[in-house]
Every structure is written in C-alpha cells, then in structure tokens.
Write a protein that binds this ligand. Sequence first.
Ligand code: NOJ
Ligand code: MG
Length: 539
Amino acid sequence: MAVSTITPPRTDDWWRSAVVYQVYVRSFADSDGDGVGDLAGIRERLPYLRDLGVDALWLTPFYTSPMVDGGYDVADYRDVDPMFGTLADFDAMITDAHALGLRIIVDLVPNHTSSAHRWFVDALAAGPGSPERARYHFADGRGEHGDRPPNDWESIFGGPAWTRIADGQWYLHLFDPAQPDLNWRHPEVRAEFEDVLRFWLDRGVDGFRVDVAHGMIKAEGLPDVGFGTATTGQRQVDLLGRARLPYFDQDEVHEIYRAWRPILDSYPGGRMAVAEAWAETPQRLARYIGPDELHQAFSFDFLDATWSADSFRKVIDTALAEATVVGAPTTWVLSNHDKQRHVTRYGDGAEGLRRARAASLLMLALPGSAYLYQGEELGLPEVLDLPDELRQDPAFLRTGESRDGCRVPIPWSGELAPYGFGPAGSELSWLPAPATWRALSVAAQAGTPDSTLELYRAALRIRHEHPALAVDAGEVTWLPAEPGVLAFSRTAGTTALTCVVNLSGAPVAIDGYGEPIVASAPLTDHLLPIDASAWLERR
Ligand code: NOJ
Ligand code: MG
C-alpha cells in the first residue's frame, strides 16, 4: 500500500485519531462515599486522565434511571441521576475537562426508554389504541385469547421480547422488560431525540456514543424471524452479525442519522457521534459512517479477533478497507463494559496480561481512533468469582451470563479494598474488588517502569508526538515477517514507525525493523519474546 500525504488533523477532525477513554461512571471514582462512582469523582480524577494522555472521555449513562440496566434504562434524558450528582456537577466536570484539553462524549440511548419514563407511564395509563401507546410498540397477542406474544422476537437478555400488561396488550422490549422499545416511525420520538441532542450540545458535549444504533427501526409489520430458541435451540441474538434480523440494521435507520448529522454540524468545534452498531457484514457496518451520517462505528470484529496473526490481519485489513471506502477513519476497541476484559479473553493470568499488553500496543499503532475501557491501562482482568447475589446485570437472571465482572470499581491506591475508589476511609463499593487488585492500583503502578500503566503512558505519549502516528490516514504497509508475526509500518516523510507483534509461540529477531522505542515486554538481544509487541523507529 502506498504512503498517503500527511495532513495533521484539523481541530474539527480531532475525533479521527483520538484516543477515547471509556468511563463506566458508577465504577470509576466515588466522591461522596456511597460506594457508587459519580460525576464529582470523575472531575477529581481528570488530571490522571490528562496525564495518561487520552484525548477524550466517553461517559456511560448518568441520567435519571431506576438502574435496572446500569443506566441504559433512562427515565429522564435531560437530567442527572442523584446517585451520580446534578446538572451543576456535570457542568463543572465538563468545564474542567475542557480546560485540561479533554473532550467529553456522552451516551445516548435512543432505542428504548426506561419503563419509568414519563412517556411509558402515560402509555400504560392511556390504554390500547391511544396516542400515548403509539410512541412505543404495543400490540395484541396471538391466539384466541391473545395470550401468545405478537411475534417470535427474542430479547437480547433472554426470553421473549414481549411482555403482557394487565389490559391484555403486549409491549416490545429488545432488552429488559424495564426497557420498552420506542417507535421510531413516530414523529414525536424523532423530534424528542433531536431536542435531546441539542440539550447536551448546548451544554458543551463534544460527541455522543449512540447505544444500539442499529436497532431503532423495526421491519414494517414486525414479521417473525422464523427461528429461535423455541424451534432450533439457537438464540436469535447469536445470529447477530451473520443474518439480518427484522429488528436490526434496517435500511431506514440511516434516515435518522442523516437528520442528526446537520444538527451536529451546526455546532462549532467538531461535534461527533460514534455508533454502537452490529451489522451482518463490515460493508453494512460502514454504512453508518461517513460525511452525512455518524462519524465512527466501533469495529467489534477487532475485539472479537482470536489470538492469531491471521485473525488480526484479516480484521485489520477489512476494517481499513471499509472505512476508506466511506472516507472515515477506523475505530478500534479491545474492551468495554459489555465484554469480558481482554486480559481474561486472551487467557487470563500472566499469559492473558502479556497478550493484552501486546494487543494494546498493536491497537495504538493503527490508523484511526482507539477506545480504551477504564482499567485496561492497569491490566485489570475480569473478576470471575463475584458472588451471584451481588451480580446486578439483568441478563444474569435470564441467561446466566453476566457483565458485572468487567464493571468492578477501579483500584486507585491503598492497602484495603476498595483501594481508594471512595474518599479516605470509605469502605463501600457497589461491587467488591478482589485482594489481588491491591498490586494493580494506580498508585502501585505509577512510576513503576514495567507496569501496564507506564506502558500505556509511554505508548500514548509516542502516539501523540510521533509524526508517523499523529494522523489517522497514515496508511499501513505490511512488511515481510516470520509466520505468526505481524509487522507493519506507517510513514511520515522519511520517518517510519514499525509495529511488530509476535503471536508465533517463539521469540523473533527484530533487529531489521529499526530502533525499539517501546515494547510490551523486555527485549533482550534484539529478540521480541512470545506474546509481545514492539514499536521500532527508523529516521
Ligand atoms: C448496549 C450497552 O452497551 C449495554 O450495556 C446495554 O445493556 C444495551 N446496549 C441496552 O441499552
Ligand atoms: Mg458516589
């Protein structure tokens, strides 16, 4: 591949190569000692994030919510839940963030509201056929007595996607029954969210992460899928990414984003949106991004890649190619609040940590934007042994699968759990941190040369300063390498930065690639150990 012309990102294009740090608000930092992270806690920790070297934060939902699904059940889109603070706390936090050069992305949850949202409460009260019900998907059931759901759709959290209410009608919820799906063919729904966008843009947010961005439009007539747990034993959601479901990735969903884009563009400073979208193919995913829709879409295939050179090479090439077609940069991610942490996915223990560090260096060398999930810079593993009675993920009760293990509060300092998560002396945390996290706290790792925290700090510093990494468009040139080894370079003028990743199972010689400037494991005799990455420079 040829080397492209280098143009530094314009301010409005900040997101194209940004490193965005995902803050799972209730688990990041607790300012008031109630055991739950909050906005004031984030504000106190902003200098840590500035020093880490990230460009922006994405905050998971902090809006008024019964917290059935960790805040992805929003009861009031224009207010802060008292658990997390107030609108004034938000304003103070974003002011400080901007002063430190950090941008703020907030989560937008448009596919469903909370069942405690005013609209849904009114819809229940208003009865069948009412205008209030038309904002959601209410329907009569099947069968003589209407006691079977209106269609065969399944909830992502397990069980049918329909719940019956006292007057006999059913309503649709692709997630928990406490998360009724909105009817996006209704003009009031569209107008409401355009207004919600403006509400937060007016407060200064730099962007939105759009939850279930592929889900808002349902196929006309709500047709059956035709198979599912009841007939084939295979959950419909397991086919996500392989088949088009009538409730996901419908063509008309793009109209919504084409209406949002001019709103974002009407504000100064480069306001953006990133899609959490799942589509059948990378080609269909790329339709969400581009100059007239959203700016970014997470490349989850990268997160799902298995630990092999072929697997990474394939997803990287595909994502780069698809993004190029629509003129957008790629958006890489290895962990988030829904997925097992990558240390554990790659094998857990010492092996998992080695690989996680190597994968992170790989991600940060690629062109485009990268999203980090809080705690990955500490090398945190998934907490696998949380007692069942403490688990809060609504999916756990219905499927036995739980995302709580990646949501354990961050260890900051000290000898005793929850390791500085709250104010001095506070012992509360909504999920307990394991004893092994004492050695993984920020204070324990800061200044320790081989720590994961210092590796991230070094990599982010180089990423910012190095001309070959400073732009999103610097193309990837694959270099010859031994089997099981990935090597690519990016170039600016006469300077090249090469990233080598050793997935081969034996140490490899890297002296031909340049001078090492950072590595995920110690290099001896110019050998890159197994499960390690290095960046090398040639000027
Ligand atoms: C995706 C979010 O990331 C996840 O946490 C949530 O449960 C679902 N969307 C439903 O909002
Ligand atoms: Mg708190």
